[in-house]
Design a protein around this ligand. Structure first.
Ligand code: NAP
Length: 634
């Protein structure tokens, strides 16, 4: 999330210590802030400092730069009223930082009271109020239907025991694991993270034995904590993440990937679930929004618009109404909007205007026609038919693919996963012990191709543009990731694979195709999956000539094979089941790009993003953020 003047934040415990520092840092970015704290005088003082800061920025915005609300965070009614007031004044909530916290007033070892004024109070402020605040913030963000970030301030004592204050340590440990368990809210655009600093020089820390503080290397600078919080706000890939900040190790996400792998519960033991969802409350409206192509153009944004369509019920006997939760974004969305998928002349394509856009989605069956006996309302389902960029779609029952869950990972398995799975088997005729080269390998379909080729027992080389993408590819098990921004692909292939490659899964086209063809070994097979680099040329798609192609192929008994998924629809369900089995048994990872696209109106942004070359993994649009939350519980 990019911080912009005019956004708003709530900071509990914002009157002093870390909370105060965060309030002032956000104020410097022009953020409107509500400070919720028990300390009246200090709270007002911080609010006036924010006002002063805001006057320097001259944003021209008329709202109060800061509001102080005196509130005991353990009083849930007072707390809810404070959140309501913030939303009423600022019209929503972009950031919530829960910072209110105390150390234990009485040592646990010496406490002979009933605990109501000692350890119960610490747990009530440090943990219960954090849970309450998080719930209120989620609610405010859901109602505003805008992305939001929540940061719960934990402590390094939530990761490692603080022997002299087990109650404090326990409360912060609770905050850490509570927050990490909320990672799935990212699907609604709400990222909830926990910040775990070691000792910072605040009033609270002044009560801690200096020997303990010295053991950690002394107090850490407040700026480090502020920087850590900003990282969690701005880094869109962080959700359910725990950032540990220490003097000795700096910033470290906890657990590290290595630690996580050691203890991860592999989903193979989780029960597969296919006939669920009766608890979901699907409201079928009279009309819904969808994207139509009104003008043929490879510029998706100018080719399309969002329109209101009416829903005609009852459905025809063999039809199904699907409520769409996630839709997948594909490189070919721009080919479709340019009319390239309609055979014949440009005149033929124009005659089909306007037509519905979007190729694939997952959702829940919302209604069925009288003759549909094998499907149930409330069941998760996928489609790979046109018209998926919509809140609802009506499809013939034969187009329904059965899926385990309506998740973004399952959307990725549709066009992207199936292309890799079927193309490798049918067009590449993949075997074992071969060298396989995959281009655009960190993209939607590339990520599946590299893993399936590895699982089949091959050596895999993968190309991508960027360090983060190369990291992902290594994580997916690739033997040699070539980041073309840092290395020359041709040189690497020549030096490290002088015998050439046996199979190429090629989807970039243009010069990349030439390069791959030149790297092909004798008997090699190059599968043309696509040519993304050519889709949006200045004057549209210009077919290329390949002079000498026949001679080249003949001389080395090579094959260039084309692959188009639409022609293999008879294999979709079988391969989808295979992909789901691999995924749920922990053998196949599915990378979904962390950037949030929410609602039908965000589709054009998502298509542009895919073509920007910056995306990693599958780009997905969450069509209904509220409903996705219900579905995530399944
Ligand atoms: P994707 O791979 O997620 O596309 C994004 C990636 O493509 C980018 O991260 C970038 O990767 C690369 N890229 C984007 N714009 C580019 C440009 N102008 N020049 C060069 N590289 C560019 O997209 P996808 O939907 O999965 O599709 C990938 C390819 O598979 C496309 O060619 C698509 O048409 C094809 N496809 C074919 C079928 C079929 O049935 N044949 C089905 C699905 C997809 P790097 O820069 O990191 O390489």
């Amino acid at each position: 999330m990019q911080l912009r003047p005019g956004m708003s934040a709530i900071v509990t415990g914002g009157a002093s210590g870390i909370g105060r520092a965060l309030v002032l840092a956000l104020a410097r970015e022009g953020i409107f802030i509500t400070i919720i704290d028990f300390a009246d005088e200090k709270g007002r003082e911080v609010a006036s400092l924010v006002e002063k800061e805001a006057s320097k920025l001259h944003t021209g915005l008329e709202l109060p730069a800061a509001m102080f609300i005196k509130c005991d965070v353990t009083d849930s009614n007072e707390l809810a009223a404070a959140f309501d007031k913030h939303v009423a004044i600022y019209g929503g909530l972009d950031i919530c930082i829960t910072c209110a916290g105390i150390g234990s007033p009485v040592s646990f070892y010496e406490d002979r009271t009933d605990g109501s004024k000692s350890w119960r109070r610490t747990i009530a402020i440090n943990l219960v109020a954090v849970i309450d605040s998080t719930r209120l913030a989620i609610q405010a963000m859901q109602e505003a239907k805008k992305p939001g970030v929540i940061i719960n301030v934990g402590s390094a004592s939530g990761l490692f025991p603080l022997y002299n204050d087990p109650i404090y340590s326990g409360s912060k440990g609770g905050v850490v694991i509570f927050t990490r368990s909320l990672a799935l809210y990212r699907r609604q655009g709400i990222r909830i993270n926990v910040l775990c600093p070691e000792f910072v020089q605040t009033e609270m820390a002044s009560k801690v034995d200096p020997k303990i503080i010295n053991l950690t290397g002394g107090f850490m600078p407040m700026e480090m904590v502020v920087k850590g919080a900003f990282e969690l706000i701005q880094n869109e890939s962080k959700a359910g993440s725990c950032l540990w900040i220490s003097n000795k190790r700096g910033y470290e996400y906890w657990p590290t990937p290595g630690e996580e792998e050691k203890y991860r519960r592999h989903p193979k033991n989780l029960k597969r679930n296919s006939s669920i969802l009766t608890p979901l409350n699907i409201q079928v409206p009279h009309s819904f929004e969808k994207i139509v192509v009104h003008t043929l153009s490879h510029d998706f944004r100018s080719a399309t618009s969002v329109v209101q369509a009416s829903l005609k019920l009852p459905l025809q006997p063999d039809y199904v109404l699907l409520k769409i939760i996630y839709a997948g974004v594909n490189a070919s969305d721009v080919n479709f909007s340019s009319g390239r998928y309609f055979s014949g002349s440009n005149k033929d394509s124009v005659s089909v205007l306007p037509f519905d856009a979007g190729f694939e989605a997952v959702g829940v069956i919302a209604a069925i026609g009288n003759s549909v006996k094998h499907l149930k309302v409330g069941t998760p389902a996928a489609i790979m038919t046109f018209g998926s960029y919509a809140e609802f779609t009506v499809v013939h029952a034969r187009h329904i693919l059965s899926v385990e869950r309506p998740d973004p990972e399952v959307v990725a398995m549709l066009t992207s996963g199936l292309t890799a799975s079927i193309a490798l088997e049918k067009a590449a005729q993949i075997d074992t012990g071969k060298t396989v080269l995959v281009t655009a390998a960190a993209g939607g379909t590339g990520q599946f191709a590299v893993q399936l080729a590895k699982l089949a027992g091959n050596k895999v080389i993968a190309t991508c543009g960027g360090k983060d993408k190369a990291e992902l590819l290594k994580d997916l098990g690739v033997d040699r990731a070539i980041d073309y921004k840092a290395e020359n692909i041709k040189t690497v292939l020549k030096e490290e694979f002088p015998k050439g490659v046996d199979i190429v899964y090629e989807s970039v086209g243009g010069e990349m195709f030439d390069l791959c063809l030149n790297a092909l070994a004798t008997y090699g097979r190059l599968v043309v999956i696509g040519m993304i680099s050519q889709y949006q040329g200045e004057h549209g798609w210009k077919p290329r000539n390949y002079t000498g192609l026949c001679e080249k192929l003949l001389a080395r008994s090579q094959t260039v094979a084309g692959f188009f998924l639409i022609q293999y629809s008879n294999l979709w369900q079988e391969h989808l089941n295979k992909l789901m089995d691999l995924h749920y048994s922990g053998k196949l990872k599915v990378a979904v790009d962390p950037k949030q696209f929410l609602g039908v109106h965000s589709v054009a942004n998502a298509v542009d993003y895919l073509h920007s070359g910056k995306s990693i993994g599958k780009v997905v649009v969450c069509i209904d953020p509220n409903f996705s939350h219900q579905a995530a519980k399944l």
